[in-house]
Design a protein around this ligand. Structure first.
Ligand SMILES: NC(=O)c1ccc[n+]([C@@H]2O[C@H](COP(=O)([O-])OP(=O)(O)OC[C@H]3O[C@@H](n4cnc5c(N)ncnc54)[C@H](OP(=O)(O)O)[C@@H]3O)[C@@H](O)[C@H]2O)c1
Length: 336
């Protein structure tokens, strides 16, 4: 039975079921706190759309939120939903959508990323602001597309920060995970030559994605590499001071990982090359750029495994390991 208040029905939502299955948790803790509940389908408000979700991506930050490490921000109201990334089709529009400013039509294929702290994208339906969603790429299925919004946007933004330009040399640290596989592909698409830092198990994957060279973080000390990189994009967050020594004069380094933020801030004040911490800006323009890159064959989701909604705890167990060969997806039952 539904355990959340039932929203009022309107003609716009009348063809949508009353209830849906959604990931929920009732306290902070390990992956076992996650479960699936039957809850009312939310109703789109003014300038909002209702999206039938095909899949939702699991991001590293979701596991931090679930564990309670972000509790000063996420608070103590339960049950909570989880998940930032989604892709699906618009099934209803709230008042104001399509009036003046336009907005997606019913039936439009869309994708988007919520602010992760309040995200509840791992559900059969989500309500999003019409300006938060963007047309999903046509070249791939909606279930696959859910692997890209957050990691694709942070990868684009990080590469802009380090001024990735054709002909430059890049070191991508943590190149095998969700963010790293996006950074690696986008750096190659921009004409950089890439050295990928991964575990030995993931080296072949990085080579397939276009890395010219792979470095095993378990056995190869950063100092064994030369001072030969114009840009360094860190997707893991350890060893930043040592990696920074590998920048050529005028080179730039960015960390996308919260684990690397403190080291990056302290490193940035020391004399030496440019170092920055990149935080995510959720931008429709970036979603549009990502869709164009996917449609142009320059970016593909790299998916380690797709889980059923009932397997969400298993997906988080895998994410908690800190190792990955691409993204974990949660696929909703129903959509083809
Ligand atoms: N700033 C933002 O808004 C934003 C947005 C998205 C993600 N992030 C952050 O970006 C980071 C990566 O996210 P993700 O989704 O890519 O995580 P992920 O899918 O879990 O990937 C993490 C990767 O780190 C690699 N790794 C583990 N130990 C390493 C080491 N000692 N040296 C180098 N690499 C190592 C792993 O490689 P192996 O599997 O080969 O061991 C794995 O592929 C996380 O800290 C996440 O919070 C930030």
């Amino acid at each position: 039975m539904p355990d959340e208040p039932t929203p009022e029905r309107t003609p716009e939502t009348s063809s949508v079921p009353e209830t849906m299955r959604a990931a929920r948790y009732g306290r902070y803790g390990g992956p076992e706190v996650l479960g699936v509940r039957t809850v009312p389908v939310p109703r789109p408000g003014r300038n909002e759309v209702l999206v039938r979700v095909h899949a939702s991506g699991v991001n590293a930050v979701d596991t931090l939120i679930r564990s309670g490490r972000m509790r000063p921000v996420t608070g103590f109201r339960f049950p909570k939903g989880i998940g930032a990334d989604f892709a699906g089709e618009v099934v209803a529009r709230g008042p104001g959508v399509g009036v003046g400013v336009g907005g997606p039509d019913v039936g439009a294929r869309v994708w988007g990323a919520f602010f992760a702290m309040w995200g509840a994208a791992t559900a059969e339906y989500v309500v999003a602001k019409a300006r938060e969603v963007a047309p999903a790429p046509e070249a791939i299925g909606l279930a696959e597309a859910a692997a890209l919004p957050t990691v694709g946007m942070i990868a684009l933004q990080g590469l802009r920060t380090v001024r990735a330009r054709p002909g430059r040399t890049a070191l991508v640290i943590g190149a095998a995970g969700g963010v790293g596989t996006a950074v690696l592909q986008l750096a190659r698409a921009r004409g950089l030559s890439v050295t990928a830092v991964t575990s030995a198990a993931n080296a072949a994957q990085s080579t397939r994605l276009g890395a010219e060279r792979t470095v095993d973080y378990a056995t190869d000390e950063p100092a064994s590499l030369g001072r030969e990189f114009d840009v360094i994009v860190d997707c893991h967050g350890s060893g930043l001071r040592a990696y920074r020594q590998l920048l050529r004069p005028g080179g730039r380094m960015v960390t996308l990982a919260p684990r690397g933020a403190a080291a990056a801030f302290t490193t940035a004040v020391l004399p030496g090359p440019f170092v920055r911490v990149q935080t995510l800006r959720r931008r429709r323009d970036d979603l549009a750029e990502l869709a164009a890159l996917v449609n142009g064959g320059e970016l593909r989701p790299v998916i380690e495994r797709t889980y059923a909604l009932d397997e969400i705890a298993d997906a988080h167990r895998a994410a908690d390991t800190g190792h990955a060969s691409g993204k974990r997806l949660i696929r909703m039952a129903g959509p083809a």
